[in-house]
Each structure stands twice: as structure tokens, then as C-alpha cells.
Design a protein around this ligand. Structure first.
Ligand code: ADP
Ligand code: MG
Length: 173
């Protein structure tokens, strides 16, 4: 199948890291929707939010998600793409959706180690572990609802890639 594969999950769950490796492993294109969004807008997510607000950013996010969806692609979505019911329905109908699930402690540690990897402004202004806990509490049910499959993303990236490949493209390995 050349159906696109969507990776969803909180900041730091490994959408970019796993997505790049997955694309290499199966020959699909890798698309980072946050990166494309920033290229299209000509500014960083932080600037879009500061200048135009979260609603404008969410609208761009929804538009970008549709624009990047094509066959034979691994699509790393923005952490909040699942907030809109239309985005959840769109992803489920357009391809396979994988939730990269990791506990708060793992996510917080990754974000602390490499805070610059993600240019999104803080959502709550609170310490990183508290923010991760709050955001996950708000979104966990939506990630589950949007996903066809949940995978344990606290493991080594190669193990995550192998599991997704085995589910999405069983003939490829
Ligand atoms: P996302 O795109 O979901 O926000 P990233 O892929 O940017 O997450 O990963 C955030 C940070 O965590 C990076 O420093 C990355 O190297 C690290 N990381 C991602 N996945 C894993 C993993 N499975 N194991 C260990 N570290 C990881
Ligand atoms: Mg990313």
C-alpha cells in the first residue's frame, strides 16, 4: 500500500526522529508538517502565534495537513493537529494513523535535553514536566481517538520504526 502514514503524539514523542527513519526504511517521502507550515508562512511558529494568535496558527496547521497529504509519504504532524475533529477525521480517512505514545517523564526529559528542537512556544508557561502532564491529560483521549494504532514510543527509535513497518507495510520487511 502507498497510503500515507501519519504520526501523531505530543512534543518530544519522536514524530520527526522516527518519521525520518521510517521514510528511509520504506522508501516513502518524509514530510514534517510543522516545517512546511513555517516555510509556507515565511516565519516561525513562535512568530505566527505571537503575531496572529493560536487560532490563526491552528487554521494554517489544518491547511498544511491537507496540502502535504499524498501517497507514499510519512507525515509528522504538529502536536495539536488532533485538536480539530476535521483533522482527526481527515487523517483517519486518508491513511494509517499511528500514535507515538510515551509517558510524561520520558517526554519531559527529551524536551529538557533538546529544547531547541521544537520552536513552539510554551502552551502554559509552566515548568516542562507540568506542561507535558497537562497537555497530555487534555489530549491523550484525542490522540487515541485519532489513531488506528498506538505504539510504545519510549523505546529506541529503530524499535518504533520496526513496529510501525510491521503493521503498516507487512510485506516490506
Ligand atoms: P517530535 O517531532 O515528536 O516533537 P522529535 O523527533 O523532535 O519529537 O524528538 C524530540 C527529542 O527526543 C529529540 O532530541 C530526539 O532526538 C529525541 N528522541 C526522539 N525519539 C526518541 C526515542 N525513541 N528515543 C530516544 N530519544 C528520542
Ligand atoms: Mg517534530
Amino acid at each position: 500500500s502507498t497510503e500515507p502514514i501519519f504520526l501523531i503524539g505530543a512534543r518530544g514523542c519522536g514524530k520527526t526522529t522516527v518519521g525520518q527513519k521510517l521514510a528511509l526504511a520504506c522508501g516513502f517521502a518524509f514530510v514534517d508538517s510543522d516545517r512546511i507550515l513555517q516555510e509556507r508562512a515565511g516565519k516561525s511558529i513562535a512568530d505566527i502565534v505571537a503575531l496572529e494568535g493560536w487560532d490563526a496558527f491552528r487554521a494554517l496547521e489544518a491547511e498544511t495537513l491537507r496540502a502535504v497529504t499524498r501517497p507514499a509519504s510519512i507525515i509528522a504532524t504538529g502536536g495539536g493537529a488532533i485538536l480539530a475533529a476535521e483533522n482527526r477525521a481527515f487523517m483517519r480517512a486518508s491513511g494509517s494513523v499511528f500514535y507515538l505514545q510515551a509517558p510524561v517523564s520520558v517526554l519531559a526529559r527529551r524536551l529538557e535535553v533538546s529544547p531547541e528542537q521544537d520552536q513552539r512556544p510554551t502552551l502554559t508557561g509552566k515548568p516542562i514536566d507540568e506542561e507535558v502532564r497537562e497537555v497530555l491529560a487534555q489530549r491523550e483521549a484525542l490522540y487515541r481517538e485519532a489513531a488506528h494504532f498506538a505504539v510504545d514510543a519510549a523505546r529506541d527509535p529503530d524499535a518504533v520504526v520496526a513496529q510501525i513497518l510491521a503493521i503498516a507495510l507487512p510485506g516490506a520487511i
